[in-house]
Write a new protein. Structure first.
Length: 652
């Protein structure tokens, strides 16, 4: 047997906080060494924080990381146990900047391995600034071997790779495992989005099995701008999952693995051996660097479970519950990262309407506050939360007593600050002021009267935030933002958004889940109310637009699947019967679904100029309304390409 203990660190670095990140790295490394880990694995770009984006264009930013790496090597050189560390950073050479992994042992930099596959899709723009590692190439950078490398230790041969390298079937692991790597360490900063956790586990199992290696994966945790990282760490031996660290938690875990088992399984796998032999006949092997550390003189307990055949208990949450919990954790993590890392704010502010969106935003903020003040005694904790979250109701004659009471009751239940500040008089004054600006033949439209209310509320929230160093959280959802059912300078505004990439149908379902989990009875009344902007008499959002299930389906199929309007209508026609549509809208009639498709497509294209002005929103899925990171659409474009006239030729 050849058991080794591996330390897996999920840290929450701040981009640019190189000195603070370094202190955390050294502290964690010392803890790993004290626990007699043979290897300690950190994450991608952990010295600088990720993503660095264009910061690497500053030479000094990259050079500071090199100095920090040397400091890390010096600080860990005198640790009692000879732990080998792998950590991510940016390095420059010959006019290129690389996203690389440094291997450090015995107080020196043993080697540097650059990332080969640079993602430039979705939220990623790495090839904009980074150069790719070249298979087979090696040279010297920062006084150490740099390039396509393996590392030989007393316990076996390992290699390192960076995030995206794992996502390519014929990536560097193919040649490195054939060249002798038995253990692979993947250092990642992989943003969370719905469904990604299971995909990662399946992919890791595939890579470990195909290449007959022990695969170690470690991911960054925390919020950075609109991105959230769920952390998590896995040890998979030749296709079998052995260890899974808790996600959404900063810290480190360890696991003992027997590398002799990987060697035995390689010997038994004739398929893998045939592939490795074929590769080596056609290619030179990857260079091996000797890691000069003494052999470990301890035998960690590899059979800690004392159970050789019965698997560990499975997850306690159902897939649906896990999905809800991930959504909540992502929004809470995004808010926490934005609030804490900017250093610009002291409290949170929410314009609370008594509707579903602002109520869900408040609940997520409350959950973050409970975590933020977790170390305080209960009484002090509750007092700090009350002073930390400030909710403001700003009603006019159009706000119902029901929603006003819901706002008050919810704040009472969560024990956060609440203040009602009516804006009726300010609304009337502004209406008269705008009328005075109009020409002799110009009228004040009803829509403008609605928008004036939203803009007064926004102005007051900005003024409060400015006066108190408060973070004003925008409360709109993705469905309404997609079709411009929001006010520029009004409810579209804010400093940060939790729901900006969350469809309305999911807002409603998530509220139902949280009501049961936290026994929030006030949400029963809320869930029974019809969604309304409450900017006009008897206003209902779904009457102004269309049923939210239809709206969300239009968004998913048009923006996500890239269907043309004719295809979109056919897909919806096959999804719902007329009777099902009538249950959503009692006034439904033949032809209305076609009208909804036309309305959605026209509003979506015409509203791009609006949602590009929205604040950063937590990245929750692969389909987000984020022109910078997700859906890059021209603001200025014609609707001609939609060919909406073709819908008229279709039968209802």
């Amino acid at each position: 047997m050849q058991p080794i203990k591996i330390g897996l660190a999920n840290l929450d670095p701040t981009v640019g906080a190189i000195h603070s990140n370094l202190e955390r790295l050294i502290q964690t490394a010392a803890e790993m060494s004290a626990n007699r880990c043979a290897i300690g694995v950190f994450t991608e770009q952990v010295i600088s924080g990720y993503p660095t984006e264009d910061l690497v264009q500053w030479r000094g930013f990259v050079e500071q990381q090199g100095r920090a790496l040397r400091s890390f090597a010096e600080a860990t050189g005198g640790l009692t146990h000879p732990t080998i560390f792998a950590l991510g950073l940016s390095v420059s050479d010959r006019g290129f900047v690389y996203n690389a992994v440094a291997v450090v042992a015995g107080g020196r930099i043993v080697g540097l391995v650059p990332k080969e596959h640079l993602p430039t899709y979705g939220v990623f723009y790495e090839s904009r600034v980074f150069a790719r590692g070249i298979p087979g190439e090696t040279r010297t950078v920062l006084g150490a071997p740099f390039g396509d490398l393996l590392f030989r230790t007393p316990f076996g041969v390992f290699t390192v790779e960076v995030c995206e390298d794992m996502w390519v079937a014929d990536g560097p692991l193919l040649r490195r495992s054939a060249s002798g790597a038995e253990l692979v360490l993947n250092l990642s900063a992989s943003p969370w989005r719905t469904g990604i956790a299971e995909t990662r586990k399946e992919l890791i199992a595939t890579r470990a099995s195909d290449n007959q290696v022990t695969f170690v994966y470690v991911n960054q945790v925390g919020g950075q701008d609109s991105l959230v990282f769920d952390g998590g760490a896995y040890v998979n031996q030749n296709g079998r999952l052995l260890h899974e660290a808790e996600r959404w938690r900063e810290g480190w875990s360890s696991f003992v693995v027997d590398l002799d088992r990987t060697r035995r399984l390689r010997f038994e796998s004739t398929t893998w051996r045939a592939g490795a032999e074929a590769y080596l006949r056609a290619h030179p092997p990857v260079r091996i660097v000797e890691v000069g550390i003494p052999d470990s003189d301890f035998l960690p307990e590899i059979f800690a479970s004392k159970n050789f055949f019965v698997p560990d208990a499975g997850p306690k949450l159902s897939p649906e519950e896990r999905w809800y919990e991930d959504l909540v954790a992502a929004m809470r993590t995004g808010l926490g990262g934005y609030f804490r890392k900017t250093g610009a704010f002291e409290k949170l502010g929410i314009a609370l309407s008594g509707g579903k969106d602002s109520s869900l935003t408040l609940i997520i903020a409350w959950l973050y506050a409970r975590e933020h003040f977790l170390d305080l005694p209960e009484k002090e904790r509750r007092a700090r939360i009350r002073d930390f979250i400030h909710c403001f109701s700003m009603p006019t004659r159009f706000n119902s007593q029901t929603t006003r009471m819901i706002s008050r009751k919810l704040c009472t239940a969560l024990e956060v600050s609440f203040l009602e500040v009516p804006i009726e008089e300010a609304f009337e004054r502004e209406v008269e002021a705008v009328r005075a600006m109009l020409g002799p033949n110009e009228e004040l439209p009803a829509l403008t009267r609605q928008n004036i209310q939203a803009r007064i509320r926004a102005q007051r929230m900005w003024n409060w935030a400015n006066a108190t160093r408060g973070l004003w959280i925008q409360t709109g959802n993705m469905s309404e933002k997609a079709v411009g059912y929001t006010t520029v300078g009004g409810d579209l505004m804010g400093a940060y958004s939790l729901l900006g990439n969350l469809p309305k149908t999911i807002v409603i379902r998530l509220l139902g889940y949280l009501r049961e989990k936290y026994d929030l009875e006030v949400l029963d009344e809320l869930l029974e109310t019809k969604a309304s902007a409450e900017l006009a008499e008897n206003q209902e959002d779904e009457k102004d637009l269309m049923p939210f299930p239809v709206l969300d389906a239009c968004f998913a199929l048009f923006a996500g699947e890239k269907l043309m309007p004719v295809e979109l209508y056919s897909a919806l026609r096959a999804t719902w019967t007329d009777e099902e549509l009538r249950q959503m809208r009692p006034d439904y009639r033949p032809g209305m679904l076609k009208d909804w498709v036309k309305r959605f497509c026209g509003l979506f294209i015409g509203s791009i100029f609006k949602w590009v002005q929205a604040p950063q929103s937590v990245h929750l899925g692969n389909l987000d309304l984020d022109r910078e990171r997700a859906l890059q659409l021209p603001v200025v474009q014609s609707r001609q390409w939609l060919d909406l006239e073709a819908l008229d030729a279709l039968s209802d």
